[in-house]
Write a protein that binds this ligand. Structure first.
Ligand code: PLP
Length: 421
């Protein structure tokens, strides 16, 4: 049997060990050092590029995780207990959880059907309603580049600017995606990147925060290193965090930067191949760039299944409790207590996931919207049914650097063979 085809898995460039060995040779085995500095410079060079315009001047802080980057962006925006923060509901939990770390409440905003990301009109309505209900403005707005797809950042920035609310772009999945020729993460007050093992590039685990200027960067850096004051002893006047990236992880990152452009090109190529091969397959629709300004990195390729499409074994879908569930061996500690919940993908989507799994192909439902997560049942939400509707019909297909053209053909053939005629 062929090797399992994974959704997205890190691929080393061959240059990583050189940077790591340097770190050992120089005894920089700490959360700062030449690799951290070098990685930040590389990241700044990358995100500041613009098509047909002068480069930007954003500054980057390397951190221990993308989740830490979201958290520090909120801290730097002055989010404190009792505040509200607007978060795109259709996302991975790491966009929202740090709001609760601050003692604040996430206010979830649903998506628009074109990009699958934050609906600017609903955002406007949510801000107005929070003002009317609480007398206070939300402290920040977090749109998310789902599977790499850009959000409508122009309209989101227009709404946010009119209300004077900072935007924290969660571009954890959208590293290398562009809107109107400009890198995601560089539009808002802060931009979040992730270098987890399954993201566009990896540092084994890590993240970064893109900052508007050197002063913002300095403040974030201060919070990331336990908020130390300049005394000969440890004097603390604010609560800080231990969120800096290690010099070893940054060495991996420097190696990965040498293949970033090639990885992005590969993800886009895989997307194109899926589109080509699935074009004639009735009932299966690839999600693509919804307009000329949108330039997704296609971190994961995603498709939707028409509810009328019949998939083999669909009558048995959800019959048994899943063991292990999403995220792999290390990801799930709690066993599910039931085979179903009150909000789950359609039976044909689950059946296709099982067919692909049997053919040794990993696939996954879309992110379950935060406003339908039990843990957020009491959070305010402004919904239009888009994210919940997509969650029911959507599926993520493998897209990483390990996925060959032959793999894509095999995956599409498996999909075709799974359809009942
Ligand atoms: C992966 C991810 C994060 C968090 O990144 P980590 O590095 O895993 O902490 C945040 N937001 C989104 C949307 C993500 O997919």
């Amino acid at each position: 049997m062929r090797d399992r085809i994974i959704l997205c898995l890190a691929h080393m460039s061959g240059n990583e060990m050189k940077f790591i060995e340097e770190a050992f040779a120089q005894n920089w085995v700490v959360p700062l050092g030449p690799n951290v500095d070098g990685f930040e410079k590389d990241l700044e060079g990358f995100v500041n590029r613009r098509e047909g315009a002068a480069p930007l001047d954003r500054r980057v802080v390397a951190l221990s995780a993308g989740t830490a980057a979201v958290h520090l962006a909120l801290v730097a925006c002055g989010v404190v207990p009792g505040d509200e923060v607007i978060v795109q509901s259709f996302t991975f939990c790491a966009s929202a959880h740090p709001v609760t770390y601050c003692g604040a409440t996430p206010v979830f905003v649903d998506s628009e059907p074109a990009s699958w990301n934050m609906d600017p009109e609903l955002l406007e309505r949510a801000i107005g309603d929070r003002l009317a209900k609480t007398g206070r403005k939300p402290k920040a707005i977090i749109p998310v580049a789902l599977y790499g797809m850009p959000y409508d950042i122009r309209r989101i920035m227009e709404v946010a600017g009119r209300h004077g609310i900072p935007v924290i772009e969660d571009a954890a999945e959208g590293f290398g995606s562009r809107f109107d020729g400009q890198e995601l993460g560089t539009f808002g007050k802060f931009g979040v990147l992730s270098f987890n093992g399954n993201k566009m590039i990896t540092t084994s685990g890590g993240g970064a925060l893109i900052c508007r200027d050197a002063a913002d960067r300095q403040r974030v850096m201060w919070y990331a290193t336990q908020a130390r004051e300049s005394y000969p002893y440890y004097q603390h006047e604010a609560i800080g965090y231990n969120y800096r990236m290690s010099n070893i992880c940054a060495g991996i990152g420097r190696g990965q930067m040498t293949v970033l452009d090639a990885h992005i090109a590969h993800h886009r190529h895989v997307q194109q191949l899926y589109c080509e091969l699935l074009r004639e397959v009735d009932g299966v629709t690839m999600h693509g760039n919804p307009g000329a300004e949108y330039d997704s990195n296609f971190w994961l390729c995603t498709a939707t299944l028409d509810p009328s499409l019949r998939i083999k074994g669909q009558d048995e879908a959800y019959r048994t409790v899943v063991k292990g569930a999403v995220g792999g061996a290390a990801g799930v500690i709690h066993e599910a207590s039931s085979a179903t919940t009150d909000c789950q993908p359609n039976d044909n989507v689950e059946a296709l996931r099982v067919c692909l799994d049997r053919a040794n192909v990993e696939s996954r439902p879309l992110w379950k919207p935060m406003h339908r997560q039990p843990v957020y049942r009491d959070a305010p939400a402004y919904v239009n049914g888009v994210s919940e509707g997509l969650f029911k019909v959507g599926i993520c297909l493998p897209a990483g650097p390990w996925v060959s053209d032959d793999d894509v053909r095999y995956i599409v053939d498996t999909i075709k063979a799974s359809i009942e005629r």
